[in-house]
Design a protein around this ligand. Structure first.
Ligand code: SF4
Length: 369
């Protein structure tokens, strides 16, 4: 008798394939990977500080970066920024069509502006004309604070339905002008409203979706809110780019975004560092040790698993699946590989020896690849 194979393996829903657009060389939507995006928080008029931050974001794994363009000086600076930036740039503009046209002609690879907020039909015509000339995408970014008054009245507030209706209005303005290189975001600071809004919107249009929870907060709160909200949507198969909005260093946004993608098995980049929570058996400063290991591996892009465990009794066993690991003990520690102890060293030499073994391991995997 044929038996049915049980599978308890959780898998995400199949990806919702949207119509792809290109931000420079980076494909977004369709069968392209889910892209990691961030935004600079430097003054866009300060070329050196902005390029420095963009480079840090690039090194952390960012693939697309948005810069705020609050005035003409910032718009004028986009030309130099886009010439030297290692990442494709999206200019973020509110309301001002002259700034938008100027930014588009400067050589940036995408723009974020809401077509319904520009003012006159003529001003929007000018923007679409400039977009067509350069053939770059526009992101419509609806958030709970940008919903039009009549929709707020009709829906009793910035509900997911009101946000979706607002997004559809903006989309229509571009479609009426035969422009379809569109990317959409529909963010709220409420996780549940954001999830609901993206789900509703994805049933109505097939443009790529940029995911985010707006004003998510500082590192801990923002990471939790973004991980829950974006995690649900990505698990649903929705999302073509994501930004984890955090109050703080944007490099953290990129690191968190990669951990979200990694935890869902969607994309991987760099080593996964697992560390035990420590307990009464821990006799070393596990937190400093873990931070030192993280620092040592910061720029590494190879995918492998590193364990940092608090004791040699349970550590190697608990981290059997790790490719390489370290476990601290009393005045000594062990280095292990695939669950087997390969070296025992004094506590003083533990970190130095582990860094050497990590480098050897990296050499061995790069030889194989
Ligand atoms: Fe405690 Fe050792 Fe487990 Fe860490 S690995 S939590 S120190 S038992």
């Amino acid at each position: 008798m044929e038996t049915k194979k049980d599978s308890c393996e959780p898998t995400h829903n199949s990806r919702n394939f949207t119509s792809p657009v290109y931000i420079g060389q980076i494909g977004v939507g369709g069968s392209n990977p889910v892209r990691v995006q961030s935004m600079t928080n430097t003054d866009t008029r300060d070329t050196s500080a902005t390029l420095q931050q963009i480079t840090s974001l690039y090194n952390a794994g960012c693939e697309i970066v948005r810069v705020a363009v609050p005035d003409q000086t910032a718009a004028e600076n986009l030309k130099e920024l886009s010439q030297h930036s290692p990442l494709p740039l999206i200019a973020d503009i509110h309301f001002d069509h002259k700034l938008a046209v100027r930014a588009i002609s400067s050589g940036i690879q995408g723009i974020r502006i809401n077509p319904g907020n520009i003012g006159t039909e003529k001003a929007l015509d000018n923007i679409v004309h400039a977009l067509k000339e350069r053939s770059i995408p526009i992101r419509i970014g609806v958030n709970s604070g940008s919903v039009e008054r009549d929709l707020l009245r009709a829906h009793g507030g910035p509900t997911p339905e009101a946000m979706v209706e607002s997004a559809l209005r903006h989309i229509r303005l571009l479609e009426e002008r035969d422009y379809y290189q569109i990317k959409l975001s529909i963010k709220s600071s409420s996780v549940l409203n954001t999830v609901q809004a993206y789900r509703l919107l994805s049933q109505k249009v097939n443009y790529p979706l940029h995911l985010g929870i707006t004003e998510a907060g500082t590192l801990i709160r923002g990471t939790v809110k973004s991980s829950v909200g974006l995690g649900i949507l990505l698990f649903d198969g929705l999302g073509d780019t994501l930004r984890v909005s955090l109050t703080g260093d944007p490099v953290d946004e990129v690191l968190v975004a990669w951990e979200i993608l990694r935890s869902l098995g969607i994309r991987k980049r760099g080593p996964e560092i697992i560390s035990c929570p420590s307990c009464g058996r821990t006799e070393i400063d596990l937190l400093s040790l873990t931070r030192e290991v993280e620092k040592h591996l910061q720029a590494v892009q190879e995918v492998f698993t590193v364990a940092v465990m608090g004791c040699p009794v349970n550590g190697p066993g608990e981290a059997k699946h790790a490719d390489i690991g370290i476990a601290g003990g009393k005045e000594c520690g062990v280095i292990f590989c695939k669950g087997e102890v390969i070296k025992k060293v004094s506590e003083r030499e533990l970190l130095t020896e582990f860094k050497k073994e990590l480098n050897n391991y990296l050499d061995s995997i790069s030889e194989k690849s």
